[in-house]
Design a protein around this ligand. Structure first.
Ligand SMILES: C[S@@+](CC[C@H](N)C(=O)[O-])C[C@H]1O[C@@H](n2cnc3c(N)ncnc32)[C@H](O)[C@@H]1O
Length: 416
């Protein structure tokens, strides 16, 4: 279809647009948007369009590293802007088809890659046919088929507008929906799309050439977030990934029990046999516990201001919970970042009250907290202002525990 041809009358509610048109054709994203307001939101995003990031440096890291003199390897991103080859390759993985493998050791928190989607559109899974007319006697199956037919019609229009290189990459992706009524383009979308953003109240998903090759794990070693300014997904390691190891993400909620994960993975044709799915009783209990992690700052303030309460009252369970999350391989969870933050606050109080012997414990947790926060989208889990205010509250209470302010103060060094 020629680039500027209007869509058929039945599809006028959809807007077909190529964005951001800022470079090579294969870097453009074909978008199906449900409203003019969605398009406006997309292109009027602050600083849009930016080039796809080739590296990502966590601004919190350098100051922390300066104080961690013997931990120089813990860097985030590709270092001083040197051009380095991609730390991954796409290759066959036994019993999973293709997958993504690390071509060198990737440290926790490191930026792995960024990529724009080949195609961006409303999440097919969420199509409920609310804007379609059905006869009263239409069965659920007939409605489902009609929805897939409509989705395929829309996707075909967007597909026809795509750069031929991207069309080829798109159709080469895996399709786990070959016999359920999905059309071929819809099937690839349903198998490979990542949720990317919300526009005008609707959730959008994107299909990627390389990112969509990442296989599922219930204990994934990456996290990703979408960068609206560059219209690209950024991928980070949430724990050290050895050279040659598979790079994994997740296709379902990881804190739900094995049975619910199995249901969510069925449409992908995945019968997961990982440790958490095999020995699921203990893992389900751990994940339930992790799902219940809440904000402990008020409890930390109370403890910090009550010298009669033992030093290890909160530290011991907090460090134990970190171990449980690490044992489940859920370092990519928001709960892990939150519990690390709790550990940092508790250790800061102890550093003020008990002196320098807590420093190494504190700095190690603070570095990890900053590293993993740097992998998440800005402001997720709390703003800088909120952290500063909470830290001040905790440290004010800590002075009561210490009896007086320590010489030189223990706070600034660890957290700034
Ligand atoms: C998004 S694609 C991932 C890339 C895919 N392996 C390929 O060859 O292009 C999803 C498909 O990969 C396979 N897959 C992903 N994770 C898997 C896992 N943990 N175990 C088995 N197969 C998996 C399934 O066939 C699934 O439908």
């Amino acid at each position: 279809m020629p680039v500027d041809a209007p869509p058929p009358a039945a599809l006028v509610a959809n807007i077909f647009t190529t964005q951001p048109q800022d470079g090579a054709l294969s870097e453009n994203v074909e978008c199906i948007l449900h409203s003019a307001a969605a398009k406006q939101e997309l292109i009027e995003y602050p600083n849009f369009p930016q080039p796809t990031p080739r590296s990502h440096t966590n601004p919190l890291i350098p100051a922390l590293l300066a104080s961690l003199s013997d931990d120089k390897d813990n860097n985030n991103g590709e270092g001083q802007g040197a051009e380095v080859s991609a730390p991954y390759r796409i290759a066959e993985v036994p019993s999973k088809g293709l997958g993504m493998l690390a071509t060198r050791a990737i440290p926790q928190g490191a930026f792995i890659m960024s990529e724009r989607p080949l195609l961006l559109g409303p999440q097919v899974q969420h199509l409920d046919g609310h804007n379609m007319q059905f006869t009263a006697t239409a069965t659920a199956r007939q409605r489902q088929r009609a929805i897939f037919t409509e989705a395929e019609k829309n996707l075909r229009i967007a597909f026809a507008r795509m750069d031929p290189t991207n069309q080829k990459a798109y159709m080469a992706l895996h399709n786990a929906h070959q016999s359920d009524g999905s059309g071929p383009i819809t099937g690839v979308m349903r198998t490979n799309a990542y949720e990317v953003c919300r526009l005008d109240g609707q959730t959008y998903a994107g299909v990627f050439k390389d990112l969509s090759r990442i296989n599922h794990s219930c204990s994934p070693n990456t996290t990703s977030h979408f960068d609206r300014a560059s219209l690209s997904m950024l991928l980070f390691a949430v724990r050290d990934i050895p050279s040659g190891a598979e790079i994994t993400s997740h296709y379902c909620g990881l804190l739900q029990p094995r049975a619910a994960r199995a249901r969510a993975l069925k449409p992908y044709g995945i019968r997961c046999a990982c440790a958490a799915c095999t020995d699921h009783a203990a893992s389900d209990a751990n994940r339930l516990r992790i799902s219940r992690v809440t904000d402990a700052v008020p409890a930390i303030v109370r403890w910090a201001g009550s010298p009669a309460l033992p030093d290890d009252l909160l530290l011991r369970p907090t460090l134990a919970l970190l171990q449980v999350i690490e044992a489940e391989g859920l370092e990519g969870s928001q709960a892990y970042v939150r519990v690390l933050y709790h550990a940092v606050l508790i250790l800061q109080v102890l550093a003020v009250a008990r002196g320098a012997d807590m420093d190494r414990l504190l700095l190690a947790r603070a570095a990890k907290w900053a590293t993993l926060r740097g992998c998440r989208s800005e402001g997720e889990g709390g703003s800088e202002a909120q952290f500063r205010e909470e830290r001040e509250r905790v440290m004010a209470a800590a002075l009561a525990r210490a009896g007086s302010a320590p010489e030189g103060g223990g706070e600034g060094r660890a957290m700034e």
